[in-house]
Structure formats: C-alpha cells, structure tokens
Design a protein around this ligand. Structure first.
Ligand SMILES: [Mg+2]
Length: 269
C-alpha cells in the first residue's frame, strides 16, 4: 500500500505558533515593565498562570477542551465564526477574559492597575497578529509534496482564528485540497469522527494516508486509532511518551520525504 495523501496539523507543525505567542508575550510584558517597573519575565509567567486558571473557570471550558482551543489562543482570538452556540458565549466572554488575565497577572506582582491590564490585553492581540511565522522548510515541503499528493489540513480550533492564522501567511491555504477545522464539527482531534471526516473527503483508506503533527495526544494518537500512518514532528527534543508511540519521529519536515519513501517500499504483510 502506498501513500496517496498527506494530512497536516497546522500549529507548530507548519506554522511556528509557539514563537509567535512567545514573542507577543515578550513585547507586551516589556511594555508593562516600562510602565510599571515590574519584571517582564515574571509577568509573562503570572499572566500565563492567570489565563490558564481563568479559562478553566468559564462555562465554555469543556467545549474549548473538546474542540482544542487553548487559553493563549483565546487571548487574541476572534470567535465570530462557527455554528456552535458556545462560540457566541466565547465571543462575549473574551474581552473580559483577556483584560482579567493581564490585570490578575499584574496584581499578583503587586501592581493594581486594571487600566494597564486592559492596555496590555489589547497590545498582546496586536503583537500576536503581527507575527505570523512559518518554519524555514514549510513552503519547500508543501511545494514538493503538492506535486505528488493531495494535501489535507486537519487543525483543532476556532474557525475564525484558524482561518485568520492561514490568512496571515499568504498562499498557504492554497496548498490544501481540503481544510478541516475542528470548530466546524462536533469534536477536535484525537476524536475518531474528525479523522473519519478527513478520510471521507479524501476518499481514501486510512493506510493510504499519513498524518503529520507535533502533538502526540491529538495528532498521533488520533492517527494511530484510525490506522493511518503517522509522523511525529519533534523539533524540541521532547521526551517520547510512554503511552503513545509514533510510527515515525522526525525533527524537520524535510525528513518526511524519506518517511514516505520507506512506507511506499514496504511490502504488504
Ligand atoms: Mg500542533
């Protein structure tokens, strides 16, 4: 059986989201340091803590967990798209959540200044939007693969936010024959139904496809459960998990070509 299509995760697989978020925090926290004298690095830690805990306290938490929208995405996301009523609730909660995350973070370092909290919340959104990074090899890999395979994007998240991330990198969406965003469906990865939907769109059997992603608990376990080939992109020397064993581990997307070649040469058992 040979590979007939390649499925990609988006965040931290094709887009360098972690760097975008990290730098947006740095820029915003440095602004707060200039305004109030507190340590920028400490503030980032405190705001991340405050964001996580606030996010988990909202009625939308189980929905965001299921669809796969993390607290730091909600610090800058629009939730205007998506049919689920929970997106409308998120839209309402978001401004208060953002301001509170920054205000609480400042407060825990002894700065009681809700106005500065609100300014930081706004600034973070702008700083994150200004940084739509991709990895050095992203376009080369997509260019070469597209010549041979249909490509499908399988991403967890809010439809508005994932679309905005794609729009931030001109041309990237056009590489994909199909784009599946979990927020348009009932569940996110690793739920089986989302992978089944992806395979239906491709009209292929699981073993004719490969899923490429950075997250063992969503991309890789989901693909394993379906019987899809899978490659875990581990760029930061993360420790392998004891429970989830990817079929292939790569440290750069360019290694995918060898992986696909290896699979294509395997004899059917
Ligand atoms: Mg990812």
């Amino acid at each position: 059986m040979t590979i007939k299509a390649v499925c990609f995760d988006l965040d931290d697989t094709l887009l360098w989201d972690e760097r975008s978020v990290r730098e947006a925090f740095e820029a915003t926290c440095q602004y707060a340091e200039q305004q109030s004298g507190i340590d920028a690095e400490q503030l980032e830690l405190k705001v991340r803590e405050a964001a996580r805990s606030l996010y988990a306290s909202y009625e939308t938490y189980s929905f965001t967990q299921n669809i796969g929208i993390n607290p730091f995405e909600a610090l800058w996301a629009h939730f205007t798209g998506g049919e689920h009523t929970a997106f409308r609730t998120l839209e309402k909660i978001a401004p208060e959540y953002r301001a509170a995350a920054w205000t609480n973070g400042l407060f825990s370092l002894g700065v009681d200044d809700p106005k500065l909290g609100e300014t930081c919340a706004e600034l973070f959104m702008t700083e994150r939007r200004n940084r739509p990074y991709v990895y050095d090899e992203t376009f080369e890999v997509l260019d070469r693969l597209r010549e041979r395979y249909p490509l499908l994007l399988l991403t967890n998240g809010s439809p508005s936010l994932q679309q905005e991330k794609l729009d931030g990198v001109p041309g990237i969406a056009s590489y994909f024959d199909h784009i599946v965003i979990s927020g348009n469906h009932d569940h996110g990865k690793p739920n089986r139904s989302l992978f089944e939907h992806a395979l239906d769109l491709l009209g292929l059997k699981p073993e004719e496809t490969i899923m490429v992603g950075d997250k063992l608990t969503t991309d890789i376990i989901g693909a394993i459960q379906m019987g899809m080939h899978n490659a875990w992109i581990n760029r930061h020397e993360m420790k392998p998990s004891e429970d989830i064993t990817p079929e292939y581990t790569i440290t750069c997307l360019l290694e995918l070509f060898d992986v696909i070649e290896t699979i294509n040469q395997q004899q059917p058992v």
